[in-house]
Design a protein around this ligand. Structure first.
Ligand code: PEP
Ligand code: MG
Length: 583
């Protein structure tokens, strides 16, 4: 067969080479027949029992989740449990059997098609992607009804250490994704999905090369075809020529060598050529991620996204974490980091990170009751989190970081709440660090433009470039249709970033960057030139950023960065950044 190339969306970096393993195609193509009246209740029972079996399957998967699974996996299974329990799936198809005499499979597919059509009309990109969850749940029930075998083959022992199978599927359910963890798969390709799809999120946290949104890859690629995934470019090459295969093998070897080489920098202090020390911190979602942070040589945690402890709490885990449960998680993180600072961000829930128990009704959730706004509206819940964080501060250096602040009164209210939480702990004779450092995320343009309000009240600042870009350029960070406008080099962004860093330095208030920009090696020199001395990023990026730092000389970068900051034309900025790379 001739070689061909498919283009999609890159969700996870790296190169994977292997033979295609096609997951069973969507099982939604089923037999259609009518049921005799006296068979109707038996047919209803058949469907009900299949739904029950899937409930048990999901429960088993959930209870057998390895302790170090990414937090999202449990959350995704919970979403499937919720869907399965919804009368739209658990009741309506039974009524279709009773009223239309359809066989169980037909009744289920009819209802899933109906729900899918409704989702197609939803404007919200995140919600639209939940259509895939409904279909995956439907397929699971259909597989039980039709007795289809599981989709992933068993691996022989000797295969386990040499990953060379590339999973190709229309879509992969989060539950099936679980199996990637223990199996030697090199990567995956799916027809559907975007940057924000569940599979994309899991792939990133598992660090597996992946490309999604490949249209009809699962129809075009045949079982056992040779496949190359170029995760950096979002490209899949099928049946490559021996020359292309060889080129990619070389690139893959070079990447592995590069990673190994970077590994040697773990213990090297992050210091520029001119002798300026830089703090490289890790972003984590769960206390278990501290191991990766330490392994990458992080000098602390710059961002613990505590909302991951609160997400995916429905289904089998139908409540928010208690104060003690939270305290245990925070304590675990600070103990794991062995004396290095751990920056715990208070609940940043809302927008693309909804709380499962709170119905999201806002028309524009990114501009709605999000993060600190939500916390101030739910004082008991907020106080509970503050007490848990404060209690953990008795076990090691914790810094408390507050997201999405923009008004002076919000800062003041937050500080009052922290004072109240401290008093409650004092009254209860519980220990905490009274001098705990309190900081604000600078991620709303209004905050960056009124920095003295923050400087006066806060011990440190951390710039959330993901949201700062979203709000400054008015582009939804999860909407792929405006993804091309998401530009960290827009002069407005450079202005807000550089002025925040400069004002912080002038007043002696430490400023970090903890958004994705901090982990992008193409921007390291620019941020250094602006005066940034603390970077916080996903642990997998840390050593590459360190390498950039070791090769940077601030005496050269600083004047060149000043020139870039005076420019406003995109070309002048791009040329200037390119020049930085050569210094
Ligand atoms: C940011 O906005 O840059 C940030 C670090 O926070 P999050 O990505 O969790 O919104
Ligand atoms: Mg943010």
């Amino acid at each position: 067969m001739a070689s061909f190339t498919l283009h999609g969306i890159s969700v996870s970096r790296g190169i994977a080479i292997g033979r295609a393993h096609l997951l069973a195609p969507a099982a939604l193509d089923v037999k259609h027949y009518l049921i005799a009246e006296d068979q109707m209740e038996a047919e209803v029972e058949r469907l009900r029992s299949a739904i029950q079996t899937v409930h048990k399957e999901l429960q088993t998967i959930w209870s057998e989740l390895p302790k170090d699974s990414p937090a999202e996996l449990g959350a995704f299974i919970d979403v499937h449990v919720l869907i399965l329990s919804d009368p739209m799936i658990s009741e309506v198809p039974l009524n279709i059997i009773r009223t239309r005499y359809y066989n169980a499979e037909w009744a289920l597919v009819t209802q899933i098609d109906e729900l899918s059509a409704q989702f197609d009309e939803v404007e919200d990109a995140y919600l639209r992607e939940r259509k895939a969850d409904i279909q995956q749940v439907g397929e699971r029930v259909l597989k039980v009804l039709t007795g289809t075998a599981t989709t992933l083959p068993a691996l022989k022992n000797d295969e386990e250490k040499t990953p060379r199978m590339i999973v190709v599927a229309h879509d992969i359910s989060p539950a099936d994704m679980l199996q990637f963890r223990d199996r030697a798969f090199a990567g995956f390709v799916t027809d559907v999905g975007g940057q924000n799809s569940h599979t994309a999120i899991v792939a990133r946290s598992l660090d597996i090369p992946a490309a999604v949104g490949m249209s009809n890859a699962s129809a075009l690629i045949a079982q056992d075809d040779w496949v190359i995934i170029d995760g950096d470019a979002g490209v899949v090459i099928v049946d490559p020529s021996p020359q292309v295969l060889e080129q990619y093998r070389e690139r893959q070897i070079a990447l592995t060598r590069e990673r190994k080489k970077l590994g040697k920098l773990k213990k090297t202090p992050a210091v520029t050529i001119d002798g300026t020390p830089i703090h490289l911190m890790a972003n984590i979602e769960l206390p278990e991620d501290c191991a990766a942070a330490l392994d990458a040589g992080a000098s602390g945690v710059g961002l613990f996204r505590s909302e991951f402890l609160f997400m995916g709490r429905t289904g089998y885990h139908n409540k928010l974490p208690t104060e003690d449960e939270q305290f245990e998680s925070y304590r675990k993180a600070v103990v794991a980091m062995k004396g290095r600072p751990v920056t715990i961000r208070t609940l940043d829930i809302g927008a693309d990170k909804p709380l499962d128990i709170a119905e999201q009704t806002a028309l524009n959730p990114a501009l709605g009751l999000r993060a600190i706004r939500y916390c101030l509206a739910e004082p008991q819940m907020f106080l509970m989190q503050l007490r848990a964080i404060l209690r953990a501060s008795a076990f090691g250096p914790i810094r408390l970081l507050v997201p999405m602040l923009s008004h002076a009164f919000e800062i003041d209210q937050t500080l009052q709440m922290i004072a109240q939480a401290k008093k409650q702990l004092r009254d209860a004779n519980k220990k905490f660090d009274d001098a705990i450092q309190i900081g604000a995320m600078i991620e709303i343009p209004a905050a960056a433009l009124t920095l003295p309000l923050f400087i006066k009240r806060m011990d440190f600042l951390s710039i959330g470039t993901n949201d700062l870009i979203q709000y400054t350029l008015a582009i939804d960070r999860v909407d792929h249709e405006v993804a091309h406008l998401y530009n960290p080099l827009h002069p407005a962004i450079l202005y807000l970033l550089s002025s925040t860093i400069a004002i912080g330095a002038r007043y002696g208030v430490p400023v970090a960057v903890c958004g994705e920009m901090a982990g992008d090696t193409r921007l390291t020199r620019l941020l250094l030139g602006m005066g940034l001395r603390e970077f916080s990023m996903h642990p997998s990026q840390l050593l590459a950023v360190k390498q950039e730092i070791l090769n940077s000389d601030l005496r050269l970068l600083t004047p060149q960065t000043r020139k870039i900051l005076r420019a406003i034309e995109p070309k002048a900025i791009a040329d200037g950044v390119e020049r930085l790379a050569t210094l």
